[in-house]
Design a protein around this ligand. Structure first.
Ligand code: PLP
Length: 395
């Protein structure tokens, strides 16, 4: 058997591996607290589930058009007009089985040997993985704690070369919870006007999870980018629908046929009943979205407050998504060592910062998509052990 050589360059999302290890430990009787996985711990709201069931009862059992059913693409365009205040054509919307698929298509569309693609680091691990797989050079955009984990526009622009094909941005961000301020976006977009051949993929999957006055800026607001901008969003995080597998991309019109073709060549189309459920999500009541964000906000404050009581740990207050990424350099442990220690010694699943790229060294990611009680228990466990481990003491 001779595998294609590109596969050796394909990475993974180690949160899934960690989850599998945590499940094994749980099955052995260990009390595991999961702060590892990036999915809401809420059920999909009932009216959405019912719409999916109704679609099945109504006989929507077959293929749909490769780009998604028109009523759903219209509902997405309406939602974009409402939340991003920008009119788009429903034909620019391509429905795919999960937010990740838009990322996969966009990176493979522009990535090849000789090309460069810029991506946030620490960032969602699949960006770097797929860039490497495509054969393009992965050029990190460092995200630093002192900038509240937002990019520095000048630093990004300095890295643009004649080989740059695509710049990937993500705000609110995984794994840091960082939200990029409008002023940085303004500067970046102004600078990119000098590079009209560079495409931009804006991963806006956490667009509805923002806290306390943090402002959501969609790249769609910038007219000078619109003909070379791909927006990635979906239902997974906003409506607690990670297992339904549905997402969407808003593409520049000339790319829509290619994306649809990629869909037809790989998945044919997205699950039909799920598409009907997704219409109900966008056009139905939004109180569950607000309720979930309120619960996350409470836990966010709790986890940051409790983390900062742990010797050797320090955490800034993130402004979006449902992650914190505390600095653990005061413990003397590297990120991966901390991940192993927390799971094996304390029964806490949390992901090493380095799983999100080299700039994640010295950090660990907590997902606070877990109950306040469990967050409190986890933080108490770590704090008690931190004392006996002498973390936070000068060595
Ligand atoms: N983009 C980011 C930044 C994410 O964190 C995730 C999921 O964790 C995704 C995209 C993918 O979402 P989906 O589950 O809809 O594929």
């Amino acid at each position: 058997m001779q595998l294609a050589s590109g596969l050796a360059r394909l990475g993974t999302e180690s949160a899934f591996e960690l989850l599998a290890r945590a499940k094994v430990l749980e099955a052995q009787g260990h009390d595991i607290i999961n702060l590892g996985i990036g999915q809401p711990d809420f059920r999909t709201p009932d009216h959405i589930v019912e719409a999916g069931q109704q679609a099945l009862a109504d006989g929507h059992h077959g293929y749909t058009p490769g780009n998604g059913i028109l009523p759903l693409r219209e509902a997405v365009a309406e939602d974009v007009a409402k939340f991003r205040a920008v009119e788009i054509n429903p034909d620019q919307v391509v429905i795919v089985p999960g937010g990740k698929v838009t990322m996969w298509y966009a990176i493979l569309m522009f990535g090849e040997p000789g090309a460069e693609i810029m991506y946030p680091n620490p960032g969602f691990p699949i960006y770097e993985s797929v860039i490497n797989y495509s054969g393009a050079k992965a050029v990190p955009i460092p995200l630093r704690e002192e900038n509240q984990f937002a990019f520095d526009a000048e630093e990004v622009l300095d890295k643009v070369t004649s080989a740059t094909r695509l710049v990937i941005l993500n705000s609110p961000a995984n794994p840091t919870g960082g939200v990029v301020p409008r002023e940085q976006f303004d500067r970046l977009v102004r600078g990119l006007e000098a590079h009209p051949e560079v495409m931009v993929l804006s991963d806006e999957i956490y667009s509805r999870l923002l806290y306390e006055g943090a402002e959501f800026v969609s790249l769609l607001e910038y007219e000078s980018l619109r003909d070379r901008l791909i927006i990635l969003d979906g239902w997974s995080k906003t409506y607690a629908m990670t297992g339904w597998r549905i997402g969407y991309g808003v593409w520049p019109e000339p790319l829509v046929d290619i994306v649809t073709r990629l869909n037809i060549n790989s998945v044919s189309c997205t699950n039909a009943a799920t598409q009907f459920a997704a219409i109900a999500a966008l056009s139905g009541p939004q109180d569950s979205v607000a309720e979930m964000a309120r619960a996350f906000d409470e836990r966010r404050k709790l986890i940051v407050q409790e983390t900062n009581l742990i010797p050797g740990f320090s955490s800034i207050l993130p402004q979006g998504a449902f992650y914190t990424m505390p600095n653990i350099t005061g413990t003397g442990l590297a990120a991966k060592q901390m991940e192993t220690f927390l799971l094996d010694e304390l029964g806490i699943a949390a992901v090493a910062g380095t799983s999100f790229g080299a700039y994640g060294e010295g950090y660990i990611r907590f997902s606070y998509a877990n109950s306040s009680e469990n967050i409190q228990r986890a933080m108490d466990r770590i704090r008690e052990r931190a004392v006996t481990e002498n973390w936070g003491k000068e060595s």
